[in-house]
Design a protein around this ligand. Structure first.
Ligand code: AMP
Length: 448
């Protein structure tokens, strides 16, 4: 199947061609035809599957005909980053259409947004809070909206946007096409969908599990050794660009600072940063100025850096959905990516939950050249003595003890009999090594 079969306007086809898309992705094959027929659609697709183009392309097609310079399509996104990313997709796919899109979100001066709205746009990509502000001020007229998209609806729920969404819905024309996309379909999202979609076509790509182009591995480690382990892994693994997730904003900032001190090209992204700093971090990460981006879940939501080679969960995510979303940052579309998760003993039960959802065991990896036995520092004494040195792979220091690089998975793992395990201590204190029923099978798996 190719894009020709959708009979899109030649200007839209040119945009697709410029982006180098050769064939539609499964979600595009399923969603584009009913959306073109003005049907409501409930789409379950993970991030990275091409879902943005699945709704942007038919929206552009619809807007090619009819009046210009007033808002005819509204796309709701949970975060500014996702809004910007969607706006960028519209800009690229619609570059020959002369259709205009405007982003509306808080945390930045509203005047430029207002003046762009005044100069006339057909598509608005908005986060709920600022949109309501501008509606209340009478700056934006949504009375002629023909299509509404609720993107990443599950995340909007997680972030408490439901009342805002209901508020906005009340102020839109009843006669409209509504599209709802979500990576997962918990009951509250399904309830909302049932109440706002009319006779929808349901499209679904895979289950809510991380996309198959990603290979997963977990690294059991004690909390106080995570930073050293992270830096060590980065030192001896081929990683083009790495997204590291932490649980808290504070930890994201601190970890990035520590890594910077150790010589890494690193920046951080968290919700407290002003928008210009966020954008600088994202642009720098995209351009390769920074090799590592340390971020919290919400800040990283919607990041599309197609070259991300590795996602590292420095802290275990809270839910399987969050795991899915994080992992969706790598292996986007058809590229391959690796996802490593640091697992402390209290995280163990959650790993089993993830494995149940994935339907497979995650490979356990032990870094050969790493001392896992360093004790936690006494309270108030700062961090433990660092075992990290900025030796790049290939330096004498590294090659003496590290196993040969596993180029397939780009991951330094210990192997039996390779000598790589020299210096390996008693590992019984690790999670999964202490009487875990999974241990035996996993060991042989991880030391293949
Ligand atoms: P999304 O799931 O919308 O975030 O898209 C993930 C990535 O896939 C983005 O970088 C898109 O540019 C890319 N993409 C979307 N559709 C296609 C396609 N048909 N062929 C190749 N890449 C695509």
């Amino acid at each position: 199947m190719n894009f020709k079969s959708f009979n899109l306007h030649p200007h839209i086809e040119s945009g697709i061609r410029d982006l180098g898309y050769e064939a539609p992705t499964p979600i595009q094959i399923q969603a584009i035809p009913p959306i073109l027929k003005s049907r409501d659609v409930m789409g379950q697709a993970q991030t990275g599957t091409g879902k943005t183009a699945a709704f942007v392309l038919p929206i552009l097609q619809r807007l090619m005909d009819g009046p210009r310079k007033h808002v005819r399509a509204l796309i709701m996104a949970p975060t500014r980053e996702l809004a910007e990313q969607t706006h960028e997709a519209i800009r690229q796919l619609g570059r020959y259409t002369k259709l205009k899109s405007v982003t509306i979100y808080g945390g930045v001066n509203q005047n430029p947004q207002i003046s762009k709205l005044r100069s006339g746009a057909e598509i608005v990509v908005a986060c709920p809070g600022r949109l309501i502000d501008l509606m209340d001020k009478g700056v934006i007229d949504l009375g002629r909206v023909e299509v509404l998209v609720l993107d990443e609806a599950d995340r909007m729920f997680d972030m408490g946007f439901l009342p805002d969404i209901r508020n906005i819905l009340k102020r839109l024309p009843v006669e409209r096409q509504t599209l709802l996309f979500s990576a997962t379909m918990p009951d509250d999202v399904r309830d909302l969908a049932e109440s706002i979609l009319r006779n929808p076509v349901t499209v679904k790509v895979g289950d809510a599990v991380p996309i198959s182009t990603v290979s997963h591995a977990i690294y059991p480690v004690d909390q106080h050794l995570k930073t050293s382990l992270l830096m060590k892994i980065l030192d001896c693994t081929d990683m083009a660009s790495v997204l590291v997730f932490t649980r808290t904003k504070d930890r994201a900032t601190r970890l990035a600072k520590q890594m910077k001190k150790s010589g890494f090209l690193v920046t951080s992204l968290q919700g407290d940063l002003p928008q210009n700093k966020r954008q600088e971090a994202l642009n720098g990460f995209r351009s390769g100025k920074y090799q590592v981006l340390v971020a919290t879940d919400i800040a990283a939501r919607g990041i599309d850096v197609s070259q991300i080679s590795h996602v590292i969960n420095y802290d275990m995510p809270d839910t399987v959905d969050a795991y899915t979303h994080r992992i969706g940052r790598t292996g986007r579309a058809t590229r391959n990516g690796d996802a490593f998760t640091f697992v402390t003993r209290p995280d163990r039960a959650f790993v089993w939950t993830i494995e149940n959802v994935l339907g497979e065991k995650l490979e356990r990896r032990i870094l050969a050249n790493f001392d896992y036995t360093i004790p936690a520092p006494a309270a108030g004494k700062g961090s433990s003595r660092s075992q990290h040195s900025r030796t790049r792979p290939g330096s004498t220091n590294d090659t003496q003890q590290s196993p040969p690089r596993n180029t397939r998975s780009s991951s330094p793992v210990s192997r039996p009999g390779s000598g790589a395990g020299r210096g390996r201590r008693d590992l019984s204190h690790f999670p999964f090594h202490a009487g875990s029923p999974q241990l035996k099978s996993r060991r042989s798996h991880s030391t293949r």
